[in-house]
Design a binder for this molecule. Structure first.
Ligand SMILES: Cc1cc2nc3c(=O)[nH]c(=O)nc-3n(C[C@H](O)[C@H](O)[C@H](O)COP(=O)(O)OP(=O)(O)OC[C@H]3O[C@@H](n4cnc5c(N)ncnc54)[C@H](O)[C@@H]3O)c2cc1C
Length: 478
């Protein structure tokens, strides 16, 4: 018997991005499909020019787009509106970290003025005044709520002045960020492969807003310095363009642009559809992976089991689950569709969960805005509601001209409606993260409401979820 262990020795090593460009790495990986040599030997033979030729021919010419996934780009974007950033972050295969309005106080005047308004000087002035008013209100509310908080949370013994100030500021910003408009400028760092980036650029370039299209062009220009060939042909896409310009949306929004004012505790989550036989379906998926029978054979077997046996099958797949573990992939077979009413600030956090599918409605003031308990307690209710009333009116003026542009005026405290589908595996992750005491109250509320609905519907599927903090109504052992 021959000893081939030296000949076929296992090797694991990085292809060094300091010596090779991202496009050369992508070619070295792609060539393994047809060539027997090790990756580092292939890489030595791939010059930048050869890499460009390869990508032109195979990736762009013959559509082997998956090769572009091996070329990775890190991009820093500064001072784009949160509204445009939403479109950029709506690409689930990339990674993002964005400036937080929970942990920072934002600078006065840090908002975007849409270029669309250049042709409408009167509306443009109204828009700027509304944004200035909101930023003025933001700083007034921060000062006022901190003054109030000092009266209810005295400095702790041995607490440093800076820590005390930070503690109060954190609580104040969590509430006061509500009045920041969607035009607020943000910074975001993205890590994405060239395939995702090409799609993100096309989507931005096909957008309805000038800012989106400009950001798309700027991303394309800068990405080309890292992956010149793979991003070369990223263009506006006719299909994405027609979807983004769905005329019905404009007509519906225009007809109901009236703000609803403050709302306290609206219904924030409802279940729109779910798997009727979720428990049997999950048990079938769990047994299927351990079986050699067809799906219908396993399903018939599960149909003849008692409820107790089905429960045991489900429990058996979760017994050793740790605090940071995701349940097995079989949990992805069970789906839930929710309708959420959450404020824009909460939606911005919610949409960052990439394993779910979410369909947001156009941002509007028509669903009302959040009643802020801390602001009320700090004696600032009237200044808050009067300012928001004026902003709602400016929104209506801009919306009657362009509902798309008017979105920039919708604040983080205005409610928006979202249709969201997620599987049971993502439910475990998202509910745990966003029901925790640490999560912002605006997202915790709808998530706890959604959790309560599914716990009542499918107790056997949710009794195993390990939350960081349990709500009072939790019906199982903690
Ligand atoms: C308290 C709190 C504070 C936060 N502060 C900020 C902030 O200041 N700025 C900011 O930008 N974001 C912030 N976030 C958002 C956060 O970083 C995540 O983007 C968001 O919660 C989505 O969750 P997730 O990354 O766990 O994954 P999801 O997108 O929900 O995916 C579920 C799981 O799939 C896996 N997964 C998904 N995508 C990838 C991927 N591309 N690569 C590897 N694994 C993946 C991971 O295991 C992940 O946990 C905060 C979140 C919380 C809870």
């Amino acid at each position: 018997m021959s000893d081939n262990s030296n000949m076929f020795k296992r090797r694991v090593y990085p292809l060094d991005a300091h010596n090779l460009t991202e496009e050369q790495i992508a070619v070295a990986f792609a060539m393994t499909s047809r060539r027997p040599e090790p990756f580092d030997e292939i890489a030595e033979q791939v010059s930048q020019e050869k890499a460009a030729d390869f990508h032109e021919r195979w990736v762009l010419g013959y559509g082997h787009a998956s090769v572009a996934e091996h070329a990775v780009v890190h991009l820093a974007l500064e001072n784009l509106s949160r509204l445009a950033c939403d479109v950029l972050e709506d690409n689930r295969l990339a990674s993002y970290t964005e400036k937080s309005s929970r942990y920072q106080v934002l600078e006065k005047g840090s908002y975007y003025v849409p270029k669309e308004l250049q042709l409408e000087p009167e509306l443009s002035n109204k828009y700027r005044r509304a944004c200035d008013e909101l930023f003025g209100l933001y700083s007034k509310l921060i000062d006022g709520t901190i003054d109030y908080l000092k009266t209810v949370y005295p400095q702790r013994e041995n607490e440093r002045d800076t820590s005390y100030a930070l503690r109060l500021r954190r609580e104040a910003t969590d509430t006061c960020r509500s009045v920041l408009p969607a035009s607020t400028l943000t910074n975001v760092g993205i890590t994405a492969n060239a395939r995702v980036l090409e799609h993100a650029i096309s989507k931005l370039m096909s957008g309805t807003l000038i800012e989106e299209r400009e950001v798309g062009l700027e991303i394309r220009e800068q990405s080309r310095t890292i992956t010149p060939t793979l991003i070369k042909y990223a263009e506006e896409n006719p299909y994405l363009k027609s979807v983004a310009r769905n005329k019905w949306g404009d007509e519906v929004s225009r007809s109901v642009a009236i703000g609803q004012g403050p709302l306290s505790s609206p219904v924030s989550a409802s279940l729109v559809s779910w798997d009727e036989n979720a428990e049997s379906k999950l048990a079938t998926a769990i047994l299927y992976s351990k079986s050699s029978e067809t799906y219908s054979q396993v399903s018939n077997r599960v149909d003849s089991m008692s409820d107790k046996e089905i429960d045991e099958v489900i429990t058996s797949s979760l017994v050793d689950i740790g605090d940071h573990d995701a349940p097995a992939r079989e949990f992805e077979m069970i789906n839930y569709t929710f309708e959420f009413l959450m404020d824009y600030g909460a939606y911005r956090e919610y949409k960052r969960h990439r394993m779910q599918s979410y369909i947001p409605q156009v941002l509007t003031v028509q669903n009302g805005y959040r009643d802020l308990v801390l602001v009320d307690k700090s004696g600032l209710k009237s200044v808050y509601q009067e300012t928001l009333g004026r902003v709602d009116q400016v929104y209506a003026d801009v919306a009657s001209w362009s509902p798309n542009v008017a979105q920039y005026l919708v604040t983080h405290g205005h409610y928006c409606r979202i249709l969201a589908q997620m599987n049971l595996r993502e439910c475990y992750h998202l509910f745990k993260l966003r029901s925790a005491d640490l999560a912002h109250f605006s997202i915790r509320e709808p998530i706890l409401e959604a959790l309560k609905i599914v716990v009542e519907l499918h107790p056997r599927l949710f009794k195993h979820i390990q939350l960081r903090d349990y709500p009072e109504w939790w019906p199982f052992n903690k």
